[in-house]
Design a protein around this ligand. Sequence first.
Ligand code: 5GP
Ligand code: MG
Ligand code: MG
Length: 179
Amino acid sequence: MQDDIQSVLISEQQLADAVKKLGEQISRDYADRNLMMVSVLKGSVVFMADLMRAISVPASIDFMSVTSYGKGVKTSGVVRIIKDLDEELDGRDILIVEDILDSGMTLSYLKEHIMAKGARSIRIATLLDKPERRRVDIHPDYSCFSVPDEFVVGYGLDYAEKYRNLPYVGILKPCVYEK
Ligand code: 5GP
Ligand code: MG
Ligand code: MG
């Protein structure tokens, strides 16, 4: 698995420090709100698990599963809901927790979907932001790292369902997906 990684982009320690700092900021911002964290499966699970424990104000959680990628490395542009939210959203302040904001197609779709369900507010927390690749006008409210236009894996992010359990974020060798 490690042999497929070209270089480590964000180390385990850098991830831990950034997530802790973000948790503190979100705790301040949501002190008097009704926070519900919505993790977008599967890529954000590791970030979600760490971030929720770095938040010191009451928070409920829920999960959604969507797909737009299949096995490739470029978005198909079509977002499909595989698992919707279980909880009622009325009056909740939703924080969407994502692994990476790339073209923005997934999150712009999700934002509208969640707003239509009656949320009071919606913000986006993404671990990684790849602004060069944006195709729709969407910005994260919280983001830990900006990354270059490379395909990254680890800390929840996959290529063809592999590499999610790497403890760091690394750049995948192009030969892995150009085969
Ligand atoms: P968007 O809709 O913003 O183009 O894509 C968002 C989703 O595409 C992410 O949640 C992630 O699953 C996938 N994605 C985009 N860029 C990368 C990347 O560099 N590495 C990995 N592993 N997934 C990515
Ligand atoms: Mg994702
Ligand atoms: Mg993926």
